[in-house]
Ligand binder design. Structure first.
Ligand SMILES: Cc1cc2nc3c(=O)[nH]c(=O)nc-3n(C[C@H](O)[C@H](O)[C@H](O)COP(=O)(O)OP(=O)(O)OC[C@H]3O[C@@H](n4cnc5c(N)ncnc54)[C@H](O)[C@@H]3O)c2cc1C
Length: 327
């Protein structure tokens, strides 16, 4: 493993300066939050930074603040803090449940929201050092190789699935992401933060190398809003979703007034089911409607050789999410 320098700036401007100065000097600098993914990438020799910029000491980036427009969650807030936050649990169940579903208590205690959203893919080929698109190559080995856990939607030329549990929840909640870099600040809707491999097969999001994801804003919960997160894994704990669904409905009695259904574990980005949402809006939630919505949830799916099992799984997870929310 190559030796690297680690710095712990006390302010956001100091962190941005450290990142851009390193870049100007031709050094490879990376950001680290809890380090549960980034340090593994270093140990596995998938990345070899000269400089590691730790953000967890910057108080301004940690914590959950409320205002009249909703909640702002600092990028360095841990997943454990999110999972136990009263208002998140009460008004934004989908996000608290997604945070609580990540990995293990140890990883949730160290792992941050920004790190969860910017974590790299867990495709077997990438993690084992194959020179695929994610490792500087120009091939996706899973397209014709081992692809049990890969994409059934939105794949090509890379077929990774986006690994974050909180990402589908934040897209379903219409969150916005604040990003700060040497050129200033910008705000990006959650749905535009994650990018398909057709944009750049080496990357999963809109961040530049010297930009920091500083906070995430979720709009105020509307009257009648109900939400939940369902996650299916190939073992009982400690792992990513093979299929998940984040569902946010605004109900008026039994009638659905607004809907967001976003899948995880099935596409290179959180995969929004806009046609299913349209089918639900304005309708009375009953068994027949839920069956139609579940069946429609896999329209356009293109399974690879070994992952067609995800098609009925998606339908079951969407059906279960809607049934539970109706209740
Ligand atoms: C055994 C195991 C099981 C796991 N299971 C799950 C799971 O079930 N669900 C799930 O979603 N994840 C899972 N993970 C992945 C991940 O470790 C956690 O999601 C964790 O939240 C990552 O946060 P972190 O702060 O440790 O990230 P870090 O390791 O610090 O960073 C991850 C990546 O994000 C970048 N980054 C970090 N902070 C910022 C920032 N503020 N701005 C810009 N870029 C940033 C880093 O450069 C790095 O590339 C698992 C990991 C392990 C090891």
């Amino acid at each position: 493993m190559k030796a690297f320098t680690s710095v712990s700036p006390r302010s956001l401007p100091d962190a941005v300066t450290a990142l851009s100065r390193a870049r100007q000097q031709g050094q490879h600098a990376i950001i680290v939050g809890g380090g549960s993914d980034a340090l593994a990438l270093i140990k596995e020799r998938l990345i070899a930074p000269d400089l590691v910029v730790r953000l967890t000491g910057i108080r301004q980036l940690d914590g959950i603040a409320r205002d009249s427009n909703g909640l702002t969650i600092g990028g360095e807030t841990t997943l454990a803090a999110m999972a136990r936050h009263d208002e998140l649990r009460r008004a934004y169940g989908v996000l608290a449940q997604a945070a609580e579903s990540v990995a293990t208590p140890q990883i949730r205690n160290a792992g941050t929201l920004a790190g969860n959203l910017a974590q790299r893919p867990w495709c077997w080929y990438y993690r084992n050092g194959f020179t695929c698109f994610k490792n500087g190559g120009n091939t996706c080995y899973s397209a014709a190789g081992e692809n049990q856990f890969n994409a059934i939607f939105g794949g090509g030329p890379s077929f990774i699935v986006h690994p974050s549990d909180t990402a589908p929840a934040l897209v379903a909640l219409d969150a916005t992401f604040r990003i700060v870099g040497p050129k200033g600040e910008r705000t990006v809707p959650a749905a535009q933060f994650f990018t398909l491999p057709t944009v750049n097969p080496a990357r999963e999001n809109a961040l530049e190398d010297d930009e920091v994801l500083t906070s995430i804003h979720v709009p105020a919960a509307k009257a009648g809003m109900r939400s939940l997160y369902h996650k299916v894994m190939d073992r009982e704990a400690w792992t990513h979703a093979i299929v998940s669904a984040a569902a946010v409905l605004r109900m008026d009695g039994n009638v659905c007034r607004d809907a967001r259904i976003v899948l995880g574990g099935v596409a290179p980005i959180p995969w929004r089911l806009t046609e299913v949402e349209k089918l639900l809006v304005g309708q009375t939630m009953n068994d027949a409607l839920i069956d139609r919505a579940a069946a429609a949830s896999t329209t356009g799916a293109r399974p690879l050789r070994n992952n067609a099992y995800k098609v009925p799984l998606v339908q079951a997870v969407v059906g279960r999410a809607l049934t539970d929310l109706r209740a």
